[in-house]
Write a protein that binds this ligand. Sequence first.
Ligand SMILES: Nc1ncnc2c1ncn2[C@@H]1O[C@H](COP(=O)(O)OP(=O)(O)OP(=O)(O)O)[C@@H](O)[C@H]1O
Ligand SMILES: [Mg+2]
Length: 254
Amino acid sequence: MDNMLLICRGLCASAGEKAILHDVDFEMRSGEAHVLMGPNGAGKSTFGHVIMGDPAFQVTGGSIVFDGIDIVGLSTDKRSKAGLFLSFQAPVEIPGVPLRSFLRAMVDAHGLKMKNKEFKGRIKELSAELDMNPAYLDRELGVGFSGGEKKKVEMLQLLLLRPKLAILDETDSGLDVDALSVVSRGMELYRQECGGTLLVITHNTRILERLTVDRAHVMVAGHIVDEGPASLIDEIDAQGFERYETAGLAIEGK
Ligand SMILES: Nc1ncnc2c1ncn2[C@@H]1O[C@H](COP(=O)(O)OP(=O)(O)OP(=O)(O)O)[C@@H](O)[C@H]1O
Ligand SMILES: [Mg+2]
């Protein structure tokens, strides 16, 4: 259907008693890059988690169609295998497990048929492209990794898995200059090498400098209150979210 990869219609979601997303309509075509902006507490991360099927949230109305399939009833694992990827805000630490083994297990768990030789070649190539010291591949997963190094691992995962849709939820906190350039580079490679579809959740417009954005969405208090071309990002950067307050929506955390 017109190359649509993700279609949310009237999506409502809660965490227990608390209703967070209200009647969200959201569409992305295959190959596009979108940005989701909004004040703190608007529901942006929740939206990412609901699409990924995080059991902490319940869909109370509406639909999520990904790649032609209604995914609301699917587990996170099934969604991941169907080609969805959500960045981890806090990557795991697993003492005793080398990064290389973890990546190998991840590739296998996704049913990607990759021979060991190809896998080795690919992670070598990707670590070079991400300017990552190959010695990290033999280090214990996450243990003692800096913010920038954790981001490199995340981007390595993304580029190995080559999902159809990557949702990168980048909170401002924890994104130092290093991490910022890693994410920019990772996004660039994902777009160039995988032709990937990308949804970036961010307040930080510096992360978008090297990305051609097709569409921006604004979420306030769990509602999509505005949508437009990339120029909307600059408008919000200059003016903030105040103009949406007239819609009568309480902006939490302000
Ligand atoms: N598991 C949960 N249980 C209860 N409330 C939750 C849960 N997760 C999120 N919320 C609440 O839902 C609202 C939206 O949170 P969310 O993290 O999605 O906002 P956000 O737009 O990502 O904010 P930020 O820009 O600060 O990252 C907040 O009021 C938050 O406290
Ligand atoms: Mg968030």
